[in-house]
Write a protein that binds this ligand. Sequence first.
Ligand SMILES: *Cc1c(COP(=O)(O)O)cnc(C)c1O
Length: 470
Amino acid sequence: MIYTDTRDSCVRSDFRTAVMNGMNAETGGLYIPVEFPKLDKSFLGKNPEPSFRDIAFESAKPFVGNEIPSDDLQAIIADAYPFSAQVVPVDPVSYVLELFHGPTCAFKDFGARFMARVMSYFNRSESDPLHILVATSGDTGSAVGSAFYNVPGLDVTILYPEGKISPLQEKQLSTFTGNVRSLRVAGTFDDCQKLVKTAFTDSQLRGRFRLSSANSINIARLLPQSFYYTYAALVVKHRSPRDNKIDDPAIIFTVPSGNFGNLTSGLIAREMGAPITGFVAATNANRTVPDWIASGEYRPRPSVATLSNAMDVGAPSNYERIKAIYPLEKVRELFASYWLDDEGTMDAIRSCYSRTGYIIDPHGAVAWHAWDDIRRGAMTRLMGGLAGSPNEPGLTPNVPAWAQRVAGKSAVGVILETAHPAKFGETVKEAIGREPSLPDRLEKVMSLPDMSIPMAADYEAFRAWLVANL
Ligand SMILES: *Cc1c(COP(=O)(O)O)cnc(C)c1O
């Protein structure tokens, strides 16, 4: 596969370059494939559907081309995914797609684990390790640390703001050993980011060490997220006639979004032929994208803090990719958009639990509320011209091409549950009066010793530490 760039469509790059660079430093753009390969119709038509890993392999193959031979790609996928995504019906026309069965209990495990193994593969003939530096405000750091743990040829330094993340998040970051270590910085997330950015522009340091980043804009994190969309769409397509007597359902994915990487991966799956009819772009009060879809004007803004904090993004990095793949009209055909405030999020956790018995985390709750509103009449009202005020939470005034299918009751929803509810136990407890039980792998982490290293928010101190310790 050849990759181009969101800012300069003349750019031509192979997969290795796109992965190892992360972003194109020359243009400031993001890598995208020049075209979307199609999955074989006979493969997609298998009933029962192929396994998650088989879908992963068939989907990844055209994107890596001959840069990773099939046997090596199989091994990468087997090693990356000892777990899978789970489709859980919560009512006859709604399914939750649980994406938290990986080691850190968040969907970022899917992208980070694939990326780590691909980077290790491309680094295999180098004698020096590749040093990954990551600044994190919470979940990204643990997914990246865990994904790279014990992966040959790579080592990882995570910077996080001391005292500014949840105790569970801190445990997940501070208990790594071996090739992954964390620095607890006396400062803010912005200070952490500044230390990392300064290191990347320090030519003397770069002359000495091979440095790389592992951030969410990397194409190797986006592609693997398409695997679970294809898998879930096929599972739902097959079981829908039994669950709800809809033979050929319009399958709508509702995606709780921040940087919109997850939703962009859904577009990739759909372009590859997965039976996906449309999407709901669901955000918290950081509603830059819903506003764009409604008004046609893109206005990035500073982020505001919410209960679904992994979605607190005011300038979503993958907007640039969505815009490069589709014109606005096409986006409006494919997407409904929806935003929800914190009060609505608490209400969603509560009503999801009381109506379905399912305990959902604050991120998934935003998506659950969006789909629940849509299928219970909000879309029909919107089609009748009754749009709410754009400043009130709810469905944004845009009628996608699939709206009729919702009105005609032949649509089913898939709600992406991006984190295990126990990661946000306090919020969940406040909403429903009970704490979700902690999965074993989170409980284990809570009892490990803290290995984090204190660090001043000062570049000279950080640099000296790198030189002495890398
Ligand atoms: C990162 C994250 C999101 C947002 O995903 P994007 O790809 O940035 O849109 C949603 N939920 C959780 C739990 C996350 O960690």
